[in-house]
Design a protein around this ligand. Structure first.
Ligand code: HEM
Length: 458
């Protein structure tokens, strides 16, 4: 967020409130493609100092990065004008279908009304039953002092938890292993396919492309088998798929079609797995590198749990765990860039935008803006203490987005991640492996890359 007026030659004032600026270093033809590709987090985080609405060029095409939380709110609260769309969403639709994440405004209200009940707090409690058992399975082979790749483990963990949430216990072990593997191949390959300027490169018969297509196909087959199985015996199994199959629109009485259910399941697997895995991996890394925070977390877990497994009922008591997770979501927001496309000519922050303009905002750059968070680079879970909450400006903290398109799985993700963090940290200390620096990897979500850590039983 720009604090002063007159930030160099490329910024100018527009209207009483907001500063409209332009990103520095635009090259002919390439625009800002190089810094966006090579060091997107640093590039985006420097932009709030240039203005509240900053023009960035993807090649020759301008996009508008919204850097002021109030303007971001305007975008999020007006999904009719600022809709999902554009080439990245077109490509995503080809891969994961037209579910809740990718569908446009015309479909969204109907879909959201049908999907929302599947995330009712009572159902979320049921889904969370699986978490501790899956954490214990994921950590069963940890040996004192023998490095484990915590990132890889968290990806497998959340893939399995999401699959159990969707299909309860009906999914057998070989299918589960296959699904976790295929999902990692698909999520790993999606980023490249979504941002690749040349669509045809993904269709070449290379081994990587073939592996990706096979994994995508198998994932689709598992989903279809699970849907058929649930349809044959339509009793409510307490899982997410049962809720999707039972959903009826209150106004029309209509449910989701088979095709729509398939797309929603694919959407949940894609949207719920990597995000939560990266949130957990970052949290474990941050806890392992901040002994004072680690000490407070361990003390809370010892006091509240005294060695027994955490349950949903413990969550209100696990205040330090929740704040630690929230602070990790701020500092290393898994979703680091979001985009919308204007459906009509409009105005934002005093600037005219033509229909079809790309508008973007970065939770990462908002969360790192010193005008919004004091000492933004410091990992400080105490900034989320109740008495300090009012220091956070409205709309500055957006790990789950906001408005009508806010993450439908936010409460579930926090429940899952808090239980997983509590279970791991009550039993293990994890310290980083020396000589292996961790660098944020901004892909489809913000990953840690390989994250070797040394487990020590507590
Ligand atoms: C820490 C974990 C998570 C983070 C950080 C996260 C973040 C987000 C964000 C930022 C959005 C908004 C996207 C936009 O505005 O364009 C979103 C949407 C969504 N998320 Fe999550 N998410 C997480 C976990 C989950 C889980 C566990 C599920 C489901 C199992 C899920 C399902 C969805 C869906 C379906 C949407 C689309 C909602 C709509 O447009 O109505 N997410 N998520």
């Amino acid at each position: 967020m720009a604090q002063t007026i007159g930030l160099g030659t490329q910024s100018w004032t527009n209207g009483p409130e907001y500063i409209v600026g332009a990103a520095p270093g635009r090259l002919p033809l390439l625009g800002h493609a190089l810094p966006l590709r090579r060091r997107p987090l640093e590039f985006l985080s420097a932009l709030p100092a240039r203005g509240d609405l900053v023009t960035v060029h993807f090649g020759r095409l301008p996009a508008y990065l919204v850097c002021h939380p109030e303007l971001v709110r305007q975008v999020l609260r007006d999904p009719q004008t600022f809709d999902k769309g554009g080439p990245v969403f077109d490509k995503a639709r080809l891969l994961i279908g037209d579910g809740l994440v990718t569908c446009g405004r015309a479909e969204h209200r109907h879909q959201r009304r049908l999907v929302q009940p599947a995330f009712h707090p009572v159902r979320v409690r049921g889904y969370a039953q699986q978490v501790v058992a899956e954490v214990d399975r994921a950590t069963a082979d940890w040996q004192p002092g023998v490095p484990v790749d915590v990132s890889a483990r968290m990806h497998t963990l959340t893939a399995r938890v999401t699959a159990r949430t969707l299909f309860s216990t009906d999914i057998d072990e070989p299918t589960m292993d296959e699904l976790a593997h295929d999902l990692s191949v698909v999520l790993g390959g999606m980023h490249r396919r979504m941002v690749a300027p040349l669509g045809w490169s993904a269709r070449l018969p290379t081994p990587g492309n073939r592996r990706f297509q096979r994994a995508l196909l198998r994932l689709g087959e598992v989903i279809d088998t699970m849907i058929e199985d649930h349809r044959r015996d339509p009793a409510d199994r307490g899982d997410l798929l049962s809720a999707l199959l039972a959903a009826r629109d209150e106004e029309s009485g209509e449910g989701l079609t088979g095709h729509q259910i398939h797309d929603q399941v694919m959407t949940m697997l894609s949207a719920g797995t990597e995000t939560t895995a990266n949130a957990l991996a970052w949290t474990l890394h941050l806890v392992g590198t901040h002994p004072a925070v680690e000490g407070r977390l361990h003390a809370e877990l010892d006091r509240v749990l005294a060695g027994r497994p955490p349950q949903v009922e413990d969550l209100p008591e696990l205040d330090c765990a929740r704040r630690t997770l929230t602070e990790s979501l701020r500092l290393r927001s898994p979703v680091w860039l979001l985009t919308r496309v204007t459906t009509v000519d409009t105005e934002l922050g005093g600037r005219r935008l033509r229909a079809g303009s790309t508008v973007a905002f970065s939770p990462y750059s908002l969360h790192h803006d010193p005008a919004l968070f004091a000492d933004p680079e410091v990992f400080d879970p105490d900034r989320w203490l109740p008495e300090r909450l009012e220091e956070v400006p409205r709309g500055a903290m957006l790990p789950f987005g906001g408005g009508a398109r806010k993450c439908v799985g936010d409460a579930y993700a926090l429940t899952e991640a808090t239980l997983a963090l509590a279970r791991i940290a009550e039993r293990w200390r994890l310290t980083p492996q020396p000589g292996r620096p961790v660098r944020a990897q901004p892909r489809m979500t913000l990953g840690t890359g390989p994250l070797p850590m040394l487990p020590v039983p507590r």
